[in-house]
Design a protein around this ligand. Sequence first.
Ligand code: IMP
Length: 177
Amino acid sequence: MGAQAKPHVLFSRAEIAATVSRLAAEITGDYHGKHPILVGILKGSFMFMADLVRLLDFPLEVEFIRLSSYGGGSQTSGKVEVVQGLSGPIENRELLIIEDIVDSGLTTAFLRDYLQERKPASLRLCTLADKPSRRQVPVPIDYLGFTVPDKFVVGYGLDYDEKFRNLPDMCFLEDEG
Ligand code: IMP
């Protein structure tokens, strides 16, 4: 992607709001009364998490994990490291991972193993977006916001080189000129 890449709206803020409401209703149906821990993956999930939890009207906890993967540009290398881990025990707890986007699936596959080793009662995945065309390892998605084409998506928390996270719409980047 060149320095001239411009964002074009893929999903508007109104479509995002409707989708987050639908996901909140699905999650409420499954987790009400279960006191789950929602585990947000930084940095990309911060905006999605903030909008989602305010629609969940039952007791829950929020945790964040920050992962980094080493590679170049917009590609995941598959070598994932935990930069900031969990702040408390999760054994026997109902865990729901909150992801921004599943691309190759390598990050999520790593995270599932990392959390499963800590023996939660259950472990499910909610992702705002899925890019199935690029999958390298299978990832079971329990709650899905949007399926996106094979384009680089930014906005609503997602970045390209740390830029565009603050856009309120989900956009794809296209080189101009
Ligand atoms: P995966 O390991 O290839 O599935 O990549 C997952 C991570 O890569 C996501 O959590 C994002 O942080 C980042 N990523 C993958 N595709 C995109 C995209 O289109 N826009 C922004 N970030 C992306």
